[in-house]
Write a protein that binds this ligand. Sequence first.
Ligand code: FAD
Length: 331
Amino acid sequence: MGRGAEVVVLEARARIGGRVLSHRTASGAYNLGPAWVWPGIQPRIARTIQAAGPALTEQAEAGGFVFQDQTGGTQCLPHGFAQEPPSMRIAGGIAALVEAVANGLAPGVVRLEQAVRRIALTETGVAVTAETRSGPVTLHAARAALALPPRLIGGIEIVPALPPSVQAALAAVPGWMAGQAKALALYDRPLWRDAGLSGSAFSQAGPLGELHDASLRGAAEAALFGFFAWPPALRAGRRAALPEPVARQLGTLFGAEAARPREVIIQDWATEPFTATKADQVNGNAHPDYRPIALPAPWGERITLAGAEAAPEFGGYLEGALAAAEAAYLG
Ligand SMILES: Cc1cc2nc3c(=O)[nH]c(=O)nc-3n(C[C@H](O)[C@H](O)[C@H](O)COP(=O)(O)OP(=O)(O)OC[C@H]3O[C@@H](n4cnc5c(N)ncnc54)[C@H](O)[C@@H]3O)c2cc1C
């Protein structure tokens, strides 16, 4: 792309952030996508935090840890697993970082509701056609950087078409957490702490498989979040009814009062067409070994993959997204 290049960002959704999304209350922003960063080992995240200035807090893990087995039975252990380095959370949510970056861009650089449907190689670069509210719009540029999960490239018509082996290679790269869903439960107070519990739990019974305290520092409310153990197909069949089994499980894990959260918010990424594909309809538990992906000539001279799943390091993570974007811009 080259330093100093003029850049336009075409974003399919009506909002910025992609997998970064918040649920906002009067107390602040809760993460429905990524929540944790590790600035001690992630230099680009550390620089972004330093420039944006939000406060950092360690993920609350103090207190007992609940384990739920396949039968639904629970066991309280004196402490959970210590994360090293500790997972850090950002005041204002991860969205605060995204907003800080976006605020530094000139007006008009980011264009929302422009879903890219076609990229044609031209004599001098690329012709990129996006679907907009007022019909298709084609932009001409020297290069295109695709900062999205590689499987989504299968939904874009590339002209000339990529060789079948390259299409298959892209389709084989899972979007990290693309098939996952998060539940957020809001309470008036962190009642689990009354019983000496941290709010962390692992469950083999579901619907949630891994839970943590999501409370905001100094807030007049408290929260827990959990990743679903139930796969996308099981969630799909009972979309509107999901808060009920989630609340029931919270009661089993943290005591009867926890079964009555003020509100349960569910964010199911597997249902989002600009995050997940049909192939992502599984809970990706093991972190894939992501590698940089370069398209062969002639496509590679014009089209660069720049999302977290094509990162030179920290593939799949926010740091990976920054690393891949940096490589695309400077490369
Ligand atoms: C539930 C969950 C928890 C996670 N937890 C963590 C965590 O704690 N820490 C961490 O580091 N990472 C975590 N991740 C991963 C993190 O979210 C990703 O690494 C990061 O968001 C990837 O950024 P990206 O820009 O590469 O992709 P995305 O965030 O997916 O952005 C891609 C963008 O492309 C847009 N787009 C897609 N198709 C088109 C098209 N045809 N035309 C135009 N625009 C299009 C999308 O709308 C989106 O805005 C988590 C992810 C999820 C879902």
